[in-house]
Design a binder for this molecule. Sequence first.
Ligand code: ACO
Length: 402
Amino acid sequence: GFDIGKLRAETGLVTLDSGYGNTAAYKSGVTYLDGEQGILRYRGYPIEQLAEHGTFLETAYLLINGELPSADELSGFRSEITQHTLLHEDVKRFYDGFPRDAHPMAMLSSVVSALSTFYQDSHNPFDERQRHISTIRLLAKLPTIAAYAYKKSVGHPVVYPSNELGYVENFLRMTFSVPAEEYIPDPVVVAALDKLLILHADHEQNCSTSTVRLVGSSQANLFASISAGINALWGPLHGGANQAVLEMLEQIQASGGDVDTFIRKVKDKEDGVRLMGFGHRVYKSFDPRAKIIKEAAHDVLSALGKSDELLDIALALEERALNDDYFVSRNLYPNVDFYTGLIYRAMGFPNSMFTVLFALGRLPGWVAQWHEMIKEPGSRIGRPRQVYTGVVERDYIPVEQR
Ligand code: ACO
């Protein structure tokens, strides 16, 4: 095939591709995405089937190991994870140092990064046993780290993990139980959150996953690489969009629910305002995850007997946008984040936790892609080129003569 490296060596030319819109940096067998047709598959399995019939843990196993687990493999995987959910008591002290109003994403990335100080056996990514134990630790501990961040934000004592509960139940209990009242998770909430985690589990070379790969390509350890991915996810154009959507809906509500004025501001690009939860770099017809999530939002709200004026505002926004040439001509459709915040809110999560829930879901994808990269023979450090636009050359002038 065409050898771009050879061309560069011969001509000195580099390709400039803003936002990597057309540059494949990796070969990957994890996730297939067709943005024109709205297709998303993990290891070949359609996302719709996994969301309807699968569980988050078996999806995590699938992404990381390449195959769905047998019943024995799944129970082994689950029990290994269960044994590692506890955080070292000294890790808890990090939370004492964070300000109470710290954003939970900042706590999440800091504590994940700090895991590499506690598990120094994680530092060699080429040791298969170390890769395995680091993976199990991360999957097991991230819900605990996330729940502790929430507890810090509300000033409640932490709730230790329980080995009797499933992955999602355990997370919900650690988040919402208080000494005065044990939280008994509603099965509807557990099933909906499990489904949402599946839908977020991987999305090929998005900003956070590419960050994990780029950091990991320097042979940094798994905890360091995932911590970087969490920070990349935090931004409002990526995972932070779910929080930004809710804030946008609340603003519209506060202005008396005036959807038309908001749409006008977006179209006029007033103060750079965007319709958050709309548009996607790759999907140009629809986001298959958004379809499933929109249904789930209705199901969860009605099962919990909640009505939410913000859902009505979201539906009105969607309806306006889908019939407006500005959005249609730019292929802007609801993405995964448009309806998730409404579900999380109905479950009792504050806006600041929404992106943390995205991170819990995305973890297996990050890990799977990191493993794939580390195991690939001849994998090279990620090192983009640039087109230099600065001063070509000039002579140094001593400070007293400037
Ligand atoms: N609202 C209004 N206009 C938009 C939006 C939006 N949400 N998204 C894109 N546009 C417009 C741009 O202004 C631009 O218009 P122009 O041609 O007149 O200049 C055109 O559509 C193309 O937009 P780009 O920014 O070039 O598209 P890009 O592929 O770089 O961005 C992104 C994709 C970041 C998702 C963008 O659509 C966006 O900002 N959406 C809102 C934030 C969001 O929901 N992010 C979550 C994405 S999904 C995820 O990460 C989980």
